[in-house]
Design a protein around this ligand. Structure first.
Ligand SMILES: NC(=O)c1ccc[n+]([C@@H]2O[C@H](COP(=O)([O-])OP(=O)(O)OC[C@H]3O[C@@H](n4cnc5c(N)ncnc54)[C@H](OP(=O)(O)O)[C@@H]3O)[C@@H](O)[C@H]2O)c1
Length: 317
């Protein structure tokens, strides 16, 4: 398979290359790397191999089977349709196509059947949403979910290289406020409805992936942690389910690991979403609380995208 990676020099792009390598996909396929003109001509080393990075332009798009985009929504909107028009499947990490009915929004453990040869553009969901839906999907099998209240604690790597720079250098260039020694209860732009766009993404995307209307309220907060997002999740169910049953279901679910205290230090560089603090919420009927930590660059982006690539490879190549 000929794979193009657009945004190869970014945090997600570099993680995608690592995940492709770990899963033996670099040996079996041909990989070409693209980034912005400023990175054209640079190289990325993986083991003993060295890959050249080219500046992306409409002329460079030739003979690609799958194009993985991790270069923001402006680049995705401009270039993804060009790749698709020339026959490539596109897997996009940005928010450019997540609400498009011409694209599908995929978490491989949940809705892989929606990938078809006709749907050329496959959107990778928002990182915070991926962690959340993996858990909700297992709980929903036990009892109907009436309402979810989620608060996120999102690492600066979620905002790319510039987010890491703001934390390291105590600047406020990527974020509107200093993140060092601080928390910022705003991720992405403010909307007229009072939510941030990140919070609206979690609400819309959760419903789209799970294929049902779920009452969900989200508060998304940037925290001064380098990597790994965490979420405090309160779930109200339509009927009682015991905590041991919930733990058993989560323990046997793909992509999920259980521990007492999920933390970024445990989740870092892991593919699984780590869940713990699973307990009853005594303030109301049939409600539970739990806490998750997961690597936003892995399952929140790179691993999910590579799992989608593996599905494409097994079905169409
Ligand atoms: N970080 C996360 O946890 C996360 C999670 C889920 C989804 N995402 C999404 O993944 C994408 C990448 O995020 P990131 O964190 O890796 O950001 P990043 O570290 O800032 O990297 C951005 C990448 O995009 C490239 N790029 C920028 N403009 C370009 C252009 N005109 N043409 C081609 N390439 C261009 C950059 O190339 P240069 O190095 O040459 O500038 C770089 O490789 C974003 O859409 C983001 O929303 C990120």
């Amino acid at each position: 398979m000929n794979i193009a990676l657009i945004g190869a020099t970014g945090l997600v792009g570099r993680k995608i290359i690592s995940v492709l390598n770990e899963r033996g996909l670099l040996k079996k396929n041909n990989l070409v790397l693209y980034a912005s003109p400023k990175s054209g001509g640079t190289t990325i080393k993986v083991g003993r191999s060295c890959f050249l990075v080219s500046a992306l332009s409409p002329q460079t798009i030739q003979g690609v089977d799958v194009a993985i985009f991790s270069a923001g929504k402006t680049t995705a909107k401009k270039y993804a349709p060009l790749f698709a028009k020339r026959g490539a499947f596109v897997i996009d990490n940005s928010s450019a196509f997540r609400r498009s009915q011409k694209a599908v929004l995929i978490v491989p453990e949940i809705n892989p059947e929606q990938i078809s040869v006709q749907t050329k553009i496959i959107a990778n969901p928002n990182c915070s949403t991926i962690g959340l839906v993996l858990i909700l999907r297992e709980i929903e099998k036990l009892a109907r979910i009436k309402r979810v209240v989620v608060s996120t604690y999102q690492a600066v790597s979620g905002a790319g290289k510039l987010g890491l720079d703001d934390l390291a250098h105590k600047t406020a260039k990527k974020f509107n406020y200093p993140i060092s020694n601080n928390l910022i209860p705003q991720i992405d732009v403010m909307l007229k409805n009072g939510n941030t766009f990140e919070e609206d993404k979690m609400i819309y995307e959760t419903q789209r992936i799970l294929g049902k209307r779920i009452n969900l309220s989200a508060t998304c907060v940037r925290v001064p942690i380098k990597n790994c997002h965490s979420e405090s999740i309160n779930i109200e169910l339509a009927k009682p389910v015991s905590i041991p049953r919930i733990k058993k279901a989560l323990l046997s679910a793909p992509g999920i690991s259980l521990t007492d205290f999920p933390m970024p230090l445990i989740a870092d560089n892991q593919d699984n979403v780590i869940v713990g603090r699973i307990r009853k919420d005594y303030s109301t009927k049939n409600a539970i609380n739990l806490f998750i930590s997961f690597d936003n660059l892995r399952k929140g982006a790179a691993t999910n995208a590579v799992q989608i690539l593996e599905i494409l490879q097994s079905r169409f190549f």
